[in-house]
Design a protein. Structure first.
Length: 143
């Protein structure tokens, strides 16, 4: 199994769809990394990840709003396509297994007891884990 862990901000509000009788919450996460070039110039590189969270419990979608800082983990894959210039390109996608709300873009942390709380009256941060069917096998591998 390959697992990808991302901390980033949601690029837009999540959308709940029904596909073949099952619910999926779709959202995109942007992770920005700041680095210095060889010339000493500071640059930002943003990686976008399209996320799909298959679940019967869609209430978490109410918390997944644009700008929300989240931690997500799951199984990655890529979709290849030809872009508008007819050049090969790819989209990084993630089948989400775990979501944790961390705060929003302004550094607020939605009423948690970590750091300075500027919106203490807000709703608590949910942590959500997907129900995964491992066929009776444990994910606790010795290596």
């Amino acid at each position: 199994m390959i697992k990808l862990q991302i901390i980033g901000n949601l690029g837009k509000d999540s959308m709940v769809k029904e596909v073949n009788g099952k619910n999926v919450i779709n959202f995109s996460v942007a992770h920005t990394e700041r680095f210095k070039t060889r010339e000493g110039k500071t640059e930002d590189r943003t990686t976008w990840v399209e996320c799909a969270y298959w679940t019967d419990k869609t209430a978490v979608a109410d918390y997944l709003k644009k700008g929300q800082l989240v931690y997500v983990e799951g199984a990655p894959w890529t979709d290849g396509y030809l872009n508008k210039d007819n050049a090969p390109s790819a989209t990084l996608r993630l089948r989400v297994q775990n979501i944790q709300l961390l705060g929003n873009r302004n550094g607020e942390n939605n009423g948690s007891n970590q750091g300075n709380v500027s919106n203490a009256g807000s709703q608590p941060r949910p942590t959500v884990k997907a129900d995964m069917d491992n066929g009776g096998e444990s994910d606790d591998l010795p290596f």
